[in-house]
Design a protein around this ligand. Structure first.
Ligand code: ATP
Ligand code: MG
Ligand code: MG
Ligand code: MG
Length: 356
């Protein structure tokens, strides 16, 4: 019999649209002779809606999944999910969600509580991975190199009596200029600015504070951007790293999703065998340090001048279209998109059975 898989997409996040595109790709590529799909869309208010068969057919025909209202999904703690008080038959939930309330441990904790197996990283690794400051602090303790950074909160900001010009002088003397201003928990480059001049700082802070109360101010590295896919629960495997070659000032939201010429992916990346091995090892270690399970894309900077390798961040639910970096790097390592989906489902079921 087929396994009943819920594809969860959308969400109350800056990456709502990206999630719909990723989910469309998962739905079209998953082995439908093995899995029966139930589509559940989360709208921008956070309400869950079960979609009917016609929506599934439309997605299979090529469109991105929509979120049609009508059948609100309810939690039935300890039992699963229902519609109108009727329990849905579900074997596993596949959250194809990026960013807040999806990639940050919240939906993972919710699924643990209602008692459903799910694909992808668990609560701890998701939460840690989403918090760029916490993740960097942890990696630094583990002896993995990260770029110099400062944490800056809204509270600090409101208590400051200083002008952006003074802040710019302070930060650029500590971190160098330009530097990056980022929301601590976000993704797809939303809210991120590269600050070169004092007059750019006020706007950069505003933009970042729109997405989070905590920010990360970080040294800008003149670097090649290398990414590495990792997969597994207890045994972690890594795949040949890839390189993102951005044609923009940096790999920003528009370079990722809007401008078809915004970035070129080179897989595998042109690296020496020694650097390749080092990056793969660091990726596995970084994931293990977070208690990772399921999958992650670990992003690196390789300094163009010194050759130093820094871990930038992990994404526990990276962009997941069939042309996205994560599945492409798995493919380069011999694991097709369809097999990758099988494996993620298997890993999710395995973790669940070991816990219950
Ligand atoms: P993702 O979509 O991968 O989740 P994100 O929103 O979590 O992205 P980052 O990966 O931290 O954000 O940064 C986005 C991009 O900004 C990087 O890919 C890189 O191009 C640029 N960038 C960020 N930090 C730095 C840095 N310290 N030095 C140089 N470039 C940087
Ligand atoms: Mg990220
Ligand atoms: Mg991300
Ligand atoms: Mg990134």
């Amino acid at each position: 019999p087929k396994l009943n898989i819920v594809i969860l997409y959308g969400g109350k996040t800056g990456e709502h649209q990206v999630s719909r595109v990723s989910a469309g790709s998962v739905i079209r590529n998953i082995d439908r002779s093995r899995y029966k799909l139930l589509l559940v869309g989360i709208d921008e208010e956070g309400v869950w809606h079960l979609q009917d068969e016609t929506e599934l057919e439309k997605v299979i025909a090529g469109s991105d999944p929509e979120i049609q209202p009508g059948n609100e999904v309810n939690a039935m703690p300890g039992r699963g999910l229902g519609v109108n008080g009727k329990l849905l038959k579900i074997d596993l939930v596949f959250p194809v969600l990026h960013g807040t309330f999806g990639e940050d441990g919240t939906v993972q904790g919710f699924l643990e509580m209602i008692g459903l197996p799910y694909a992808g990283a668990g609560v701890l690794a998701s939460a840690f991975g989403m918090d760029k400051v916490k993740a960097k602090e942890l990696w630094r303790k583990e002896g993995l190199s990260v770029v110099p950074f400062i944490r800056y909160s809204r509270q600090d900001h409101e208590a400051q009596e200083v002008t952006p010009e003074v802040l710019f002088t302070r930060w650029s003397s500590e971190l160098g200029a330009p530097f990056f201003v980022k929301p601590c928990r976000a993704g797809s480059s939303v809210g991120i600015s590269k600050v070169r001049r004092p007059e750019q700082l006020a706007q950069a802070l505003d933009t970042a504070f729109h997405f989070d109360n905590d920010l990360l101010i970080e040294t800008s590295i003149n670097a090649r951007e290398i990414e590495c896919s990792v997969l597994g629960n207890r045994e972690i495997r890594s795949f040949p790293p890839g390189e993102v070659i951005s044609s923009h000032d940096f790999y920003d939201y528009s370079g990722k999703y809007l401008d078809p010429k915004g970035a070129r992916l080179e897989i595998p990346a042109d690296l020496s065998p020694a650097s390749t091995q080092r990056i793969r090892n660091m990726a596995e270690e970084a994931f293990k340090a977070l208690g990772g399970q399921g999958l992650a894309r670990v992003d690196f900077f390789v300094d163009r001048d010194s050759g130093s390798i820094f871990i930038n961040e992990v994404n526990t639910m990276p962009g997941f279209t069939s042309i996205s970096m994560y599945p492409k790097m798995c493919e380069a390592g011999g694991l097709s998109y369809r097999e990758l989906l099988n494996e993620l489902i298997r890993l999710g079921l395995e973790r669940h059975s070991e816990r219950s």
